[in-house]
Design a protein around this ligand. Structure first.
Ligand code: FES
Length: 127
C-alpha cells in the first residue's frame, strides 16, 4: 500500500489546514524535507507506525498499544480501521484521526498527516 505522508508541523509552518482540499498538492509544490513529506509502502495488515519505522521514519509514539495518542495521524485519503481497544473518542475517529500503532491501511493508497497529537482538543488526551 503506498502511503503519502505529511508532517503536521509543516501545516503550521505554511498556514495550511487539514481541511485544505489541495493539501498534498501544496506539499508537493513546496520544498519540504524527506522526513516531512514523501511516500513509503506499508505491507497489508501492517500497522502504519511500524511501516513508517521500517521506511526509516521516526514518528512519535509512546505506548504502542492504543493508550496514549502520541502516534495519532489524520487521514486525508484512504481507509485505516482501528480494531483493538484504544483511548481515542469516537468524535476524533469520525474526524479521520487514527492511532497509527494499532491501525493498518486497507485501501489501495493512503494520504496521512502524522504528528497530529498537538491538534487542539487532542492534546488533552496525551499521556
Ligand atoms: Fe500510544 Fe499509539 S503509541 S496510542
Amino acid at each position: 500500500v503506498p502511503v503519502q505522508y505529511l508532517d503536521y508541523r509543516a501545516l503550521a509552518d505554511h498556514g495550511w489546514e487539514l481541511t485544505d482540499a489541495d493539501l498534498f498538492e501544496k506539499a508537493a509544490d513546496t520544498d519540504l524535507e524527506v522526513g516531512d513529506y514523501g511516500e513509503f509502502r506499508a505491507e497489508p495488515g501492517q500497522p502504519l507506525l511500524k511501516a513508517a519505522e521500517e521506511a526509516g521514519h521516526a514518528w512519535p509514539f509512546a505506548c504502542r498499544g492504543g493508550a496514549c495518542t502520541n502516534c495519532a495521524v489524520a487521514i486525508i485519503d484512504g481507509e485505516m480501521p482501528m480494531h483493538s481497544s484504544h483511548i481515542l473518542p469516537q468524535e476524533w475517529i469520525d474526524r479521520g484521526v487514527r492511532l497509527s500503532c494499532v491501525s493498518a491501511p486497507v485501501s489501495d493508497g493512503m494520504k496521512v498527516v502524522f504528528n497530529v497529537k498537538h491538534l487542539p482538543g487532542l492534546e488533552e488526551l496525551l499521556l
